[in-house]
Design a protein around this ligand. Structure first.
Ligand SMILES: Cc1cc2nc3c(=O)[nH]c(=O)nc-3n(C[C@H](O)[C@H](O)[C@H](O)COP(=O)(O)OP(=O)(O)OC[C@H]3O[C@@H](n4cnc5c(N)ncnc54)[C@H](O)[C@@H]3O)c2cc1C
Length: 378
């Protein structure tokens, strides 16, 4: 396995990084975060750069790029602005990847070019008030009536709904726990679908919502994959999602580390920079090790995905390690900022808040450990 990037990949990385340096620097990120506003200008700029169709096949208006390319994009977005990375990840994973892999010919022809152009965005509604970690216990019901499904139920923590045109909804269409699940593509403005914001400690620019479905009608040709085959679509998508989220968090972890390195060199106590205290510099060294291992795991997993060799265990190891590493780096980073880390004046507070979601969302760290232990025969 070669961990070197091609010249083209290095240029691509530089062009994404350059966008943050030139147009969407720290002040832009802070403003979107404080005002809880989606980074629409940055999203548009990424569309113009051709980033949004990165993994969409060429015949549908995309670049047909590899998982390694997608990881490069998300690592850079995570370094620059994690919530922007999350917006793009949903399009790349639930849009580009899931539609390309499971969509009908008509769905691909209609939707993929529009995702690639940045005209459409999508979010995902799996979690329900009574089914979180036990996701397949979902109860939102879709009943087929002629050529339409009628959907009733509740979803919780549907993130990015406010910027989305479609929501991919996991519904129950049969009694078998895993074999009775159907994935439906539902327009976010469908009559009978209402969203209420949930107050959280982070993820502010995109936000998360409680969704209520009351007799929402969805044409039967909006099934993604086949009726009753939703669990396959979801597990495949979650594996791709683990790459995207982990790449973004590996990038964000590097940004938090860079902030901490800067700060400890500038801050003086006892007549010298606090970086000169071993208790401080050793923290930074540990953070550096975690950031590098996280990054290596991201590209190892992307490489395996590209070669059809990625397993559920690889995905769980990746998700567990990278999200825990980002959380530790943000926590240790805040510590070296002392009292100033606890104020809203430095970006390290945002990393501290955002990194907390990593070990909960899309499968908690405990659930990842369960998956890994099971593959060890435990
Ligand atoms: C900000 C935010 C955004 C989110 N975005 C989305 C989204 O866009 N779409 C979506 O569908 N969902 C989303 N989620 C939901 C997220 O995936 C769930 O919160 C997560 O899977 C955990 O489910 P739960 O909250 O119901 O916790 P629970 O399942 O109730 O778990 C509570 C605790 O018990 C532990 N636990 C449960 N079962 C086991 C077990 N078998 N072994 C060991 N420990 C266990 C958990 O690890 C956890 O610590 C989001 C959540 C948040 C907070």
């Amino acid at each position: 396995m070669d961990l070197e990037f091609t010249d083209e990949q290095e240029q691509f990385r530089a062009s994404v990084r350059g966008l943050f340096e030139r147009r969407f620097g720290p002040d832009y990120v802070r403003t979107c975060d404080a005002r809880r506003e989606p980074p629409r200008e940055a999203f548009q700029a990424l569309a113009e750069l051709g980033c949004l169709g990165l993994n969409v096949p060429v015949e549908h208006g995309g670049a047909g790029a590899t998982a390694v390319d997608v990881a490069i994009l998300l690592e850079e977005l995570g370094r620059g602005f994690l919530d922007l990375a999350f917006w793009v990840f949903r399009n790349v994973s639930h849009g580009g990847h899931a539609l390309t892999t499971h969509g009908s010919a008509a769905q691909k022809a209609e939707l993929l070019p529009r995702f690639a152009a940045g005209e459409l965005s999508i979010c995902f509604a799996l979690t329900e008030p009574e089914s979180g970690s036990d996701a397949a216990a979902l109860q939102t019901r879709a009943i087929l009536d002629g050529d339409r499904y009628q959907v009733n139920g509740q979803k919780v923590f549907c993130s990015g709904f406010r910027v989305s045109d479609y929501v991919l909804v996991a519904t129950r269409t049969g009694e078998d726990k895993h074999g009775g699940i159907t994935a439906l593509l539902v327009p976010t403005d469908a009559p009978g679908l209402t969203a209420s914001p949930i107050e959280t400690i982070g993820h502010w620019p995109l936000g998360t919502t409680l969704l209520a479905f009351e007799d929402v009608e969805v044409p039967a040709d909006q099934v993604l994959g086949v009726a009753g085959g939703g669990w396959r679509v979801i597990t495949d998508m979650l594996q791709y999602e683990r790459l995207c989220l982990s790449a973004a968090r590996a990038g964000a972890a590097q940004a938090a580390l860079a902030d901490a390195v800067d700060y400890v060199q500038q801050r003086h106590q006892f007549g010298r920079p606090i970086a000169s205290f071993q208790a401080v510099s050793h923290k930074l060294a540990d953070m550096q090790v975690m950031a590098e291992v996280a990054r290596m795991l991201v590209y190892r997993f992307a490489h395996r995905l590209d070669h059809g060799r990625a397993t559920a265990r690889d995905a769980a190891i990746l998700k567990l390690y990278v999200s825990e590493a980002y959380k530790s780096i943000a926590d240790m980073g805040l510590q070296v900022f002392g009292g100033y880390g606890y104020t809203m004046d430095f970006d390290i507070q945002r990393h501290f808040r955002e990194s907390r979601l990593g070990v909960i969302g899309a499968g908690t760290s405990e659930i990842q450990r369960n998956i890994i232990a099971k593959t060890m025969g435990l």
